[in-house]
Design a binder for this molecule. Structure first.
Ligand code: NI
Length: 192
């Protein structure tokens, strides 16, 4: 099932999401729907709050990004071949490396892209789609996408990192999005 994406302005995007148990109702179906929704909107990551569920679940597919990079661009991200993964109840254990900028966007905040600085490496403990516990370290674009999605389950958005002046300049566009004024080729919704 393809869910509509919750637009900026909804309180669900600002909540710290709750962990779930392995017996969460219809978890497999939910995960399938998260993938379906993400690909239908051409996203590389999607977090449950973006489909109006305040739970600690997100999916990422950075393989898509890596496949589209030129060989010389790939060299900028050693150790990262991209990854397709489900993250349940993720917790960041360690952040390492120098912060680097990347032009980020978000399905909940359409048509706005800005450079955001984030650390190079992240180590997380999380459960995968089979509720197997993993502790892994990610780098490059994959770490970038994970950190963006992880923020969603903490109630944070990439625009929170912008300098006040930049944010001020975007305020009109953000207000429009929160009022339902958007033009996108995927389904979006307003939530309280
Ligand atoms: Ni996002």
């Amino acid at each position: 099932m393809i869910y509509p994406i919750v637009a900026y302005g909804a309180s669900v995007l600002r909540k710290v999401a709750s962990p779930i148990q392995p017996d969460y109702p219809k978890l497999d179906e939910l995960i399938d729907s998260m993938w379906e929704t993400m690909y239908a909107s051409n996203g590389v990551g999607l977090a449950a709050p973006q489909v109006n569920l305040s739970i600690r679940l997100f999916v990422i597919d950075s393989v898509q990004i890596m496949e589209h990079l030129e060989e010389d661009e790939k060299h900028a991200y050693p150790g990262d071949e991209g990854m397709k993964e489900v993250f349940i109840n993720a917790e960041i254990l360690q952040l390492e490396g120098e912060e680097w900028p990347y032009n980020e966007g978000c399905l909940s905040i359409p048509k706005i892209r800005e450079d955001v600085y984030r650390p190079e490496k992240v180590t997380l403990r999380y459960f995968d789609a089979n509720f197997q516990e993993n502790t892994k370290t990610f780098t490059g674009i994959t770490a970038r996408v994970i950190l963006h999605e992880y923020d969603h389950i903490e109630g944070k958005l990439f625009i929170d990192y912008l300098k006040p002046l930049k944010k001020k300049l975007l305020q009109g566009k953000l207000n429009d999005i929160s009022k339902g004024k958007w033009k996108v080729d995927y389904k979006m919704m307003l939530a309280k």
